[in-house]
Ligand binder design. Structure first.
Ligand SMILES: Cc1cc2nc3c(=O)[nH]c(=O)nc-3n(C[C@H](O)[C@H](O)[C@H](O)COP(=O)(O)O)c2cc1C
Length: 330
């Protein structure tokens, strides 16, 4: 069990000190609670802040939280200095049961409530307001500079950067933590060609028959048509799928919301790395299952060409709504 016992967002001293936490370490768990995770009278052993938690591990036996009956530990996920040398501390305490010497933890009985789910310490950075403002302003500026690009250079991009961006995307929150997404990274020129041909066949129908005049009017200013050269020019095309219930996948919740958030992370990560993207939605998209060899429970969501903009690329002159128009406070 993990409890955040102190910490501050404002650079104030933590309410409870490490020493105060350490004093609990002489306690033994109350009888009968061994398998169920300890609460506030549980044993705690300080191990200091030397080790950073594994950021990819959100649960598991080795994320600074004991699972195996080993002593519980105080974990300081980091004291983050700001430019002025201030520190904001967030201290989490991993509290796990320690059996008394020579005694095994008593197994839970039918009368006992079920053991609480396992937890690990929160690893979160806390910034004092000035540094927070700077970070927020820098991120807002970075994101405001993102644009959809429709003309790509054929220059390859490092696989590792794509991997890391997908890793960032896959860290997104998801309904019931089902993580209902698949990211298919297409770099093979033959497969990209098939993808483009199939997409252009659908897009030809869309632009010439299926799209309403109103829809065509709405997208006229982007100058798009059924030709999709970016699907072969871009060195990588990430096809994102929603993963629904299937033989190897559980029932997901809030799939579209979850995948949408993950794609937002992905676009942000790729842009942050200096790569250009387009969010492309050929309509309909079912052909992508065949091209990407994905099973039917995976449903195409978006196609994202990734790469460098072609030299001299220009983008539509569009204006974003000002903050006052998109945000209300109440
Ligand atoms: C869900 C979604 C679907 C989109 N589909 C297409 C598409 O099929 N083709 C295209 O050229 N742009 C597509 N776009 C890109 C939008 O036209 C673009 O995001 C918008 O014009 C704003 O421009 P910006 O991305 O440069 O800020 C799509 C964007 C979103 C969010």
């Amino acid at each position: 069990m993990t409890e955040t016992v102190s910490g501050t967002q404002q650079g104030q001293p933590a309410r409870e000190t490490r020493a105060a936490c350490e004093k609990h370490s002489s306690h033994n768990p109350p009888a009968g609670r061994g398998g169920g995770g300890a609460r506030d009278d549980s044993p705690v052993t300080a191990v200091g802040s030397g080790r950073k938690p594994d950021r990819d591990r959100v649960s598991g036996p080795d994320a600074n939280g004991a699972r195996d009956g080993s002593p519980a530990r105080i974990v300081d996920p980091g004291r983050v200095p700001d430019a002025g040398g201030h520190h904001a501390a967030a201290i989490a305490v991993a509290v796990d049961p320690v059996p008394a010497p020579g005694r095994s933890p008593a197994p839970p009985t039918a009368d006992e409530p079920p053991a609480p789910p396992p937890t690990v310490p929160l690893s979160a950075r806390a910034l004092p307001p000035p540094a927070m403002h700077t970070a927020a302003a820098e991120f807002a500026e970075l994101m405001a500079s993102r644009r959809s690009v429709r003309e790509f250079s054929t220059e390859p991009v490092p696989d590792s950067v794509i991997d890391l961006a997908v890793r960032a995307a896959a860290s997104a929150p998801s309904g019931a933590h089902v993580q209902p997404w698949r990211f298919v990274v297409v770099t093979d020129p033959v497969r990209k060609r098939r993808l483009r041909e199939a997409a252009e066949a659908e897009e030809y129908e869309f632009y010439n028959r299926r799209a309403s005049a109103e829809w065509l009017g709405a997208i006229a200013r982007f100058g798009t048509d059924w030709h999709k050269p970016f699907l072969t020019d871009a060195p990588a095309v990430i096809v994102v799928f929603e993963v629904h219930q299937g033989p190897n996948s559980p029932k997901p919740y809030y799939v579209k919301e979850s995948v949408g958030i993950a794609v937002g992370f992905l676009l942000a990560a790729l842009h942050h790395a200096g790569l250009a993207t387009l969010t492309h939605t050929p309509s309909p998209m079912r052909f992508l299952n065949e091209v990407c060899e994905r099973p039917p429970e995976e449903r195409p969501y978006l196609v994202i060409p990734v790469g460098y903009p072609a030299p001299g690329t220009r983008v539509p002159d569009i204006v974003r709504k000002p903050l006052e128009e998109v945000m209300v406070r109440c």
